[in-house]
Design a protein around this ligand. Structure first.
Ligand code: CUA
Length: 261
């Protein structure tokens, strides 16, 4: 079920995340209404008119302790039964590189660099000394593994219904990779490879139809304040059918082989 006010769901785990979000928020609503009601009750019950002399001992029954214990217990249940298993699934059950589309995403001020391993399935060597405006990843094209690597800026193209494993890192400061419809958000930290995985279930085309918005795009937002250009650090995730994705890779591979004029 899609909770009101949340973006559309477009990954296999989006419903689970929303379920936990729903439990937390409905629980908070119950607590809010309960405590507000209790507050009003206390204002009335212990008004000065009914209690001319103050009683410093306060309440003598134990029920308030039981209520607080029940709240604490329900929070432990929420944490242990729902939140930790969901977190464990995201952190520890990474898909194998054989079943997943594996791609690197390298954040920088203020763009998302995308790096595909190409047909050989191996990421080519990168070197910080090779970083230049036309080679933002510092990819060493003389490395045999790098020859077929495909790169893109602010455009991440992925196939639908197949797990995606993103190796996320950053060149400069801490950024955060967020795709709301996928219910994915992960900090990109310099010098650290943070794996992010999800399985997109709705192509961009299909989502445009569902939302009735012909120009809809999945946005890759940076959700960590990272500098003056933070507001314009946005990329796009294009979810395509498997055939369209293969066509995209083939076209990019052809472009690589074309001699640059
Ligand atoms: Cu990168 Cu904000």
């Amino acid at each position: 079920m899609n909770l009101p006010g949340l973006p559309a769901q477009a990954s296999t785990h989006a419903g689970d995340i929303d379920f936990v979000l729903g439990l937390e928020h409905w629980g908070m609503l119950v607590l809010f209404v309960f405590f507000l009601g209790y507050f009003v009750y206390v204002l009335f019950r212990f008004r000065r008119g009914a209690n001319p002399s103050a009683d410093y001992a306060g309440m003598k029954s134990q029920w308030s302790i039981y209520v607080v214990a029940a709240i604490a217990l329900s929070e432990v249940v929420l944490l242990v039964a729902y939140e930790l298993p969901e977190w464990n699934e995201r952190i520890n059950n990474l898909p194998s590189p054989q079943e997943a589309t594996v791609v690197r995403v390298v954040a920088e001020q203020f763009a998302w660099n995308v790096h595909y391993p190409g047909a050989d399935g191996a990421f080519g060597r990168t070197d910080v000394n090779l970083v230049a405006s036309e080679n933002p990843l510092g990819l060493d094209r003389s490395d045999p593994a790098a020859a077929d690597d495909i790169t893109a800026i602010n455009q991440l193209t992925l196939p639908v219904n197949r797990p995606v494993l993103i190796h996320l890192t950053s060149k400069d400061v801490i950024h955060s990779f967020a795709v709301y419809e996928m219910r994915v958000k992960q900090d990109a930290i310099p010098g650290t490879d943070s794996p992010v995985w999800f399985t997109p279930t709705v192509t961009t085309e299909e989502m445009r139809r569902r939302l009735g918005k012909p120009d809809f795009e999945y946005e890759i937002a940076c959700s960590q304040l990272c500098g003056l250009g933070h507001y314009r650090m946005r990329g796009f995730l294009n979810v395509r059918t498997e055939a369209e994705y293969q066509a995209y890779l083939a076209e990019e591979a052809r472009a690589l082989r074309r001699p640059t004029p």
